[in-house]
Design a protein around this ligand. Structure first.
Ligand SMILES: Cc1ncc(COP(=O)(O)O)c(C=O)c1O
Length: 373
């Protein structure tokens, strides 16, 4: 395999904030207005944003933007709490920072009943210069916008991006998993979503959960992937019930992860990752219309020159190496696919190492994929 990357100088990054600086930034930013009133400048701590604080409080139904406690309590909580490792990180919610353990959504929240929400999984990485950067933030936000459009959610990419950076700073997070979620709130319990309120939150977590980088035991799922003709291959929350069923079934049989195949024997994807194989040094990325077009998949293709095409399960079982990739999974080697055991995975290892350098800003030719925090 030839990985076409050179090790060049690291790009300059913004300095990471200390917890004290993060606290000060958080105080500055905790007063951004709620969604329905907000210009896109609301998370940048501008005087315009601060000035519309009272506006947001008086005009937005409080149950939608505040904790069940009073607005004042939630305000002082946001002001006084700098999360430490034992505390919940702050969450950006409709323009305000709230404590991560604050219950916010009413029980009649539409998204809770019907899955009418859209999420993203994004990562930020500590960079060697002491800063941090979000990997391919515009691409993630654009995919989220497409998903939001399906429900008629008015999703402002600029605002969500700024809120993401603000949340990382407020929590002092550098290596983090970022979870934005936009959802349909209250207004009706019916299926017409037009009357519903719309919301956005951004959580940042210091820990990543999916697959965890270890060599993974994979099994073909008896469940089929949602066909794209029924549910678009976007990150619509309700669609993930499909992944959850497959993952659960795989774990019950002693495996780590499930592989979706279609009725014709083609590989689709895993529950939260795309699939690649290596045969005689050639890397192939599985292409399937029902699979999420992953941003990590796109990255791996760019880094390795992999060919993208449809792949049968038979071919996958015959490969020298199989790996899966995603924002959370990065590049994770497959140790076992049902009864097929894979040996060493040098190509996967090399590509994973290159990916690790790219996301941390150690490959300057890919610096445009990084948004400094
Ligand atoms: C079903 C599914 N496939 C693939 C991926 C990988 O996508 P990405 O690389 O954009 O994280 C994900 C992760 O979001 C996913 O949920």
């Amino acid at each position: 395999m030839h990985l076409n990357a050179e090790i060049l100088e690291r790009p300059a990054q913004a300095e990471a904030q200390s917890p004290a600086q993060a606290a000060s930034t958080m105080r500055e930013r905790a007063y951004a207005p709620a969604r329905s009133e907000a210009p896109s400048a609301e998370v940048d701590g501008s005087s315009a944003a601060r000035g519309s604080e009272s506006h947001a409080r008086s005009e937005v139904p409080r149950a939608e933007v505040e904790a069940p406690t009073s607005a004042e309590n939630s305000e002082s909580r946001a002001r006084s709490e700098v999360p430490t490792s034992s505390q919940q990180p702050l969450i950006w919610f409709d323009g305000n920072f709230i404590s991560g353990d604050t219950p916010e959504a009413p029980l009649t929240t539409h998204a809770m009943h019907y899955g009418t929400a859209v999420f993203e999984g994004i990562r930020s990485y500590a960079t060697a210069d002491g800063g941090a950067a979000v990997f391919r933030l515009p691409e993630h936000m654009e995919r989220m916008r497409k998903g939001a459009q399906m429900f008629g959610i008015d999703f402002d990419v600029e605002r969500a991006s700024e809120a993401t950076l603000a949340t990382l700073r407020a929590n002092g997070h550098r290596d983090a998993y970022i979870r934005p979620l936009t959802w349909m709130g209250t207004g009706t319990i019916g299926l017409d979503v037009d009357p519903l309120t719309q919301h956005l939150m951004i959580a940042t977590l210091a820990k990543v959960v999916h697959l965890g980088g270890a060599r993974t035991r994979l099994t073909v799922s008896p469940w089929k992937r949602n066909p794209a003709t029924s549910l678009p291959a976007l990150k619509l929350s309700g669609a993930y019930v499909n992944s959850i069923l497959a993952k659960r079934e795989a774990k019950q049989r002693g495996f780590d992860e499930a592989l979706f195949t279609d009725d014709k024997g083609y590989v689709v994807e895993c529950t939260g990752a795309n699939v690649f194989m290596v045969k005689n040094g050639a890397i192939t990325s599985v292409d399937h219309r029902d699979a999420l077009p992953g941003i990590t998949r796109d990255t791996m293709i760019e880094l390795s020159g992999a060919q993208s095409r449809e792949v049968t399960l038979h071919e996958l079982l015959d490969a020298d190496e199989v790996f899966v990739c995603g924002t959370a999974a990065e590049a994770t080697a497959i140790a076992v696919l049902d009864r097929r055991e894979f040996g060493d995975n040098p190509v996967t290892r090399e590509l994973a190492a290159l990916y690790a350098r790219v996301v941390r800003g150690e490959e300057s030719r890919y610096a445009s994929w990084l948004t400094p925090v």
